[in-house]
Design a protein around this ligand. Structure first.
Ligand code: EPZ
Length: 419
């Protein structure tokens, strides 16, 4: 097990280059299975989830290699349709392979992804949409057996909730399906836009991606391409929160402010100065932080649930009372108890968390329980008096590339300790 040791109360100052987006890269890697040619994914982040996705691709018979933030995938030799349980359990978002493998091979077998640290993660919308496209799906002993021997066909699909994963699975299943698929109430996240642009770069016919109505006209085949993964908007928000909680100033390179239109105003309400440019964000937090009245997590373009924990970390030291309402996941406050161990004053009841700003946080031994909550604990350590140890950092490594290196370059006293 590894842990991060942080000696707090050092201002973050300097420049951080934001990595490629994990939540886009995973969908693009699944999309590579549809391509009859080599795909080069540039700006692909070096994350354990990305390497897990590459292991799934290899298991399916694809060739994958990764070097210098470029993943090279060749799916021409794809010969398998089953994703084994041990690989599914490594990463629940492997469910995004379902639509792509079904679209490419006409069958797919994978174990139910099950719940995760954020609570139950149902896939009813994924399965209902694929059934509407002609897939026969049975579930036995936790294994999903999906087949569509005559190939998937286009359908008009209306989602009850703008699910990111369900939208991705439908897009991936539809690009080689017969006929036209229309998704209404589709997710509008920037990662959806990135997936649609990637698929079109491979010869697909996708339009409306990034809006709530996406139209996909099936084509015969997709070719390879070279594509650059979008910047990670949640990692950018995380480092902004780091500047806020340490009273620092950061310039975030390769950060797309347009993806953070619901997040930037929250930092400004906290009293930070934020300047945004096409590919950079500058944040300065010289003044004491102020509480933010209410933050409600919503589907894009609302405030992203993935930024909730890291912004809450900054709010623990913001003067006054802040209220957070987590509307997306039912168990996304597991970082709260750990923050309270550090002296934060937070009370939660159901979806609502009430944060009373405190003058000081104190270093403590804390434990990451999931990806973004773990990042929040690192930020709290940066803003705490004394030494903080964050355990279970494997969760953090799933979504943050070398977090200690980036923070150290900006002035943090943080080291990774093998134990
Ligand atoms: C994606 O998860 C992201 N993961 C999550 O990021 C992100 O928090 C989430 O979208 C929301 O933005 C990846 O992209 C790999 P959803 P996903 O389907 O697709 C319910 C991170 O930290 N739902 O939009 O699983 C579901 O239970 C991760 O990087 C159903 O009920 O999210 C949840 O309450 C965490 N039935 C809500 O919808 C379904 O069939 C949103 O889920 C599907 C979803």
């Amino acid at each position: 097990m590894q842990r991060l040791v942080i000696r707090g109360e050092k201002r973050l100052c300097g420049e951080i280059a934001v990595q490629g987006a994990k939540n886009s890269a995973l969908a693009l890697l699944a999309g590579c299975t549809l391509c009859s040619g080599e795909v080069r994914l540039k700006n692909c982040p070096a994350l354990s989830d990305v390497f897990a996705a590459c292991r799934i691709l290899n298991r399916l018979g694809c060739k994958s290699r990764y070097k210098d933030h470029c993943a090279v995938i060749d799916a021409r030799g794809m010969c398998e349709c089953a994703v084994p349980e041990e690989l599914m359990r490594e990463m629940r978002s492997s469910i995004v392979f379902l639509g792509a493998v079904l679209g490419r091979k006409g069958e797919c077998e994978l174990s139910f992804p099950g719940g995760c640290e954020l609570g139950p993660r149902p896939i009813d919308m994924h399965l209902s949409a694929l059934r509407q496209m002609g897939a026969r799906i049975t579930e036995e002993y936790g294994v999903l057996c999906c087949e569509c021997p005559t190939g998937l066909r286009g359908a008009k699909i209306s989602l009850g909730f703008p699910s990111v994963g369900a939208t991705e699975n439908i897009m991936l299943a539809a690009v080689l399906a017969k006929g036209e698929t229309v998704i209404t109430n589709a997710a509008r996240e920037p990662e959806i836009t990135d997936l649609g642009d990637f698929l079109n770069c491979c010869g697909a016919r996708v339009s409306g991606h990034g809006t709530s109505s996406i139209v996909i006209s099936g084509v015969e085949r997709l070719h390879g391409c070279e594509y650059e993964v979008m910047p990670d908007r949640i990692v950018a928000a995380t480092y902004m929160a780091g500047a806020a909680i340490t009273g620092g100033e950061l310039e975030l390179k390769n950060a797309r402010a347009g993806d953070l239109e619901a997040v930037v105003p929250v930092f400004e309400q906290m009293g930070c100065r934020v300047y945004t440019y096409d590919d950079r964000i500058y944040i300065n937090s010289k003044k004491p932080l102020r509480a933010v009245k209410t933050i409600r997590t919503m589907p894009y373009p609302g405030f992203p649930t993935d930024a909730q924990a890291v912004v809450m970390a900054a709010l623990t030291k913001a003067k006054g009372t802040s209220v957070v309402v987590e509307n997306i996941f039912c168990s996304r406050y597991r970082h709260v108890d750990e923050l309270v161990r550090m002296g934060a004053d937070i009370k939660t009841e159901g979806k609502v968390a009430v944060i009373e700003g405190v003058k000081k946080l104190y270093g403590a031994r804390v434990r990451a329980c999931e990806l973004r909550g773990g990042a929040a604990l690192v930020l709290a350590g940066l803003g705490a008096q004394g030494e903080t140890e964050v355990e279970n950092i494997c969760y953090i490594d799933r979504g943050y590339e070398n977090i200690e290196k980036h923070l150290r370059l900006a002035g943090a006293d943080i080291t990774r300790v093998m134990c």
